[in-house]
Design a protein around this ligand. Structure first.
Ligand SMILES: Cc1cc2nc3c(=O)[nH]c(=O)nc-3n(C[C@H](O)[C@H](O)[C@H](O)COP(=O)(O)OP(=O)(O)OC[C@H]3O[C@@H](n4cnc5c(N)ncnc54)[C@H](O)[C@@H]3O)c2cc1C
Length: 403
C-alpha cells in the first residue's frame, strides 16, 4: 500500500506534506515528531520569542485544523528509532511499526556540544528547540548575567534579544571576529560595533578553559586568564546533522545525508531534505549542506514533486536572513573563494551592501537593511551576469546600471 512517512516535523517536513497534497498525493501521510509541540517557527526562538515580542501561541507554523483538513497525521512525542529498509517500516519509540512506500527524512540538526572542564557543574543551555528556548527564556530577566559561547547568528541574535530584556550579556568567540565562518571582515566589524553600542561585551580570540561555581553564580576562566561571572550560559558553537538513523540503515552520509538533485538518497525510495541533507548545488558545482529556511522549503517541494511523479531538480541560490536589534541582514549566495569585495553605502548609517565577486561575476552579497538590493543581487547571481567594480561603486547611479 502507498503511504509516506516523514521523520521530523520542522519547516521542511511541513512543507513537504502540504506540497504532496497540493500535487495530488491521495494516500496516507504520517509525520513523526520527537517534540511535543505542533511544528513551529524555529527562527523566532532566538528573536521574537526570547525578547517577548512573539508569544508562544503565535509560533505554530500551521494550525491543527489545516493538518486535519489535509488528512496529514502528526504523531507528536514519537521518535523514529529505526529505518527498516528491507521491510519498509519505521520503528518508533512508542513500539509502533509504521509502513512506508516512500520515506522522507527531515531530521534537521542538533547543537554541537561544549566539552570543557567544569561544565558538568552547571546547566549548559543550547538553543535548537522550543523547549530549549522556554528554558533559556525562564532564566533571562533584567540584571541577569548571560554568557553566550559562540558568535554565530544564533549566539548574536540571542545576545540582541537578551539585551532588550536588560540582561548583562557577554559573548565569547574563539575566532578573531564574529560571524567569521559566514561573512567578510567588514560585516563582522559592523556587528561587533552594533552589539558593543548596545552594551554587549564581546571577547574575541578567547576560549573558556574552566568553569567554577562561585557564591554569586558561576565563573568562567578564559584562555587569556581573564574571568567572566555569569548566571546563565548558552552555547552556540554550531550544529551537527541528525544522520544517525540514515547511517544505521546503510544510506550514504557525509556531512549530512547525501542526496541527488531530486533530493533522493542512495535508496531511491528515501528522500532527505533540509538541514540534514547534503545536496548538489549546480550553481556552485559542489555538494553543500545548508542550515536555512529557504533551503528547507525548496528541497521539500522538490522531494514532494518527484514523489508525485513530476520530475523536479533542486537549483536554488542559497539565501539566509538574520534580525538583530533594528538591523536586518539578508545574505544571498556563498561568498567562499571570492576574489574582489565591494562595499556600497556606509556601515555607520546601518544601511549598506557588500558584494563578493569572482571571475567578474557576482557570487554573493550581504545586504544590511537593503531588501531591494538583496532581491536585485539574487537575480544577477542567478543570471550569472558579468559585473564590474565600477558598476557597483558609481554612487550617483543605481548599481549595475551602465556607467
Ligand atoms: C534559534 C534558531 C534561529 C534560526 N534563525 C534562522 C533564520 O533567521 N533564518 C533562516 O533561514 N534559518 C534560521 N534558522 C535555521 C532554520 O531554523 C533551519 O534551517 C530549519 O529549521 C531547518 O528545517 P528542517 O526541517 O531541516 O529541520 P528542523 O526545523 O530542525 O526540524 C527537524 C525536526 O526533526 C525532529 N527529529 C529529529 N530526529 C527525529 C527522530 N528520530 N524522530 C522524530 N523527530 C525527529 C527534531 O526534533 C526537529 O523537530 C534558525 C535556527 C535556530 C535553531
Amino acid at each position: 500500500m502507498e503511504s509516506i512517512v516523514i521523520i521530523g516535523a520542522g519547516h521542511s517536513a511541513v512543507e513537504a506534506a502540504l506540497t504532496l497534497r497540493k500535487k495530488g498525493w491521495e494516500h496516507d501521510i504520517c509525520i513523526l515528531s520527537q517534540e511535543s509541540a505542533l511544528p513551529y517557527q524555529r527562527p523566532q526562538l532566538s528573536k521574537g520569542y526570547i525578547d517577548g515580542s512573539v508569544l508562544e501561541e503565535k509560533l505554530a507554523l500551521k494550525q491543527r485544523e489545516l493538518y486535519n483538513k489535509n488528512n496529514i497525521e502528526i504523531k507528536l512525542g514519537t521518535k523514529a528509532i529505526k529505518i527498516n529498509r528491507s521491510r519498509r517500516i519505521i520503528e518508533t519509540s512508542k513500539n509502533e511499526n509504521i509502513p512506508y512506500s516512500h520515506l522522507i527524512i527531515a531530521t534537521g540538526t542538533r547543537p554541537r556540544p561544549l566539552t570543557i572542564s567544569g561544565s558538568h557543574l552547571l546547566d549548559v543551555n543550547y538553543l535548537r528547540s522550543l523547549d530549549d528556548a522556554k528554558k533559556i527564556k525562564s532564566k533571562l530577566a533584567a540584571g541577569r548575567r548571560l554568557l553566550v559561547i559562540g558568535a554565530g547568528y544564533i549566539g548574536l541574535e540571542l545576545a540582541a534579544s537578551a539585551t532588550k530584556l536588560n540582561c548583562k550579556v557577554t559573548v565569547v568567540e574563539a575566532e578573531e571576529r564574529v560571524l567569521a565562518r559566514v561573512t567578510s571582515e567588514v560585516v563582522s566589524t559592523f556587528y561587533q560595533n552594533l552589539h558593543r553600542a548596545h552594551g554587549v561585551e564581546i571577547k574575541l580570540n578567547t576560549n573558556i578553559q574552566t568553569i567554577h561555581k562561585v557564591s554569586s553564580g558561576f565563573e568562567a576562566i578564559m584562555s587569556d586568564a581573564t574571568t567572566i561571572e555569569f548566571d546563565t550560559i548558552v552555547v552556540g558553537i554550531g550544529v551537527l546533522p541528525n544522520t544517525q538513523l540514515a547511517e544505521e540503515s546503510g544510506l550514504v552520509c557525509s556531512n549530512g545525508i547525501v542526496v541527488n538533485e531530486r533530493a533522493q538518497t542512495s535508496d531511491p525510495l528515501i528522500y532527505a531534505i533540509g538541514d540534514c541533507s547534503n545536496h548538489p548545488n549546480e550553481f556552485y558545482q559542489k555538494q553543500i549542506r545548508l542550515e536555512s529556511i529557504p533551503n528547507a522549503l525548496e528541497q521539500a517541494r522538490v522531494a514532494a514533486a518527484n514523489i508525485c511523479g513530476s520530475p523536479s531538480s533542486y537549483n536554488s541560490i542559497p539565501w539566509f536572513w538574520s534580525n538583530q536589534y533594528n538591523v536586518k541582514l539578508q545574505t544571498v549566495g556563498l561568498s567562499e573563494g571570492y576574489e574582489e569585495i565591494v562595499v556600497r553605502g556606509t556601515p555607520a548609517d546601518n544601511v549598506f551592501c557588500v558584494f563578493y565577486l569572482k571571475d567578474k561575476r557576482l557570487i554573493a552579497m550581504d545586504a544590511i537593511n537593503s531588501s531591494a538590493d538583496f532581491l536585485k543581487a539574487k537575480t544577477h547571481i542567478l543570471n550569472k551576469n558579468t559585473i564590474t567594480t565600477a558598476q557597483l561603486t558609481e554612487t550617483t547611479k543605481a548599481w549595475f546600471e551602465p556607467v
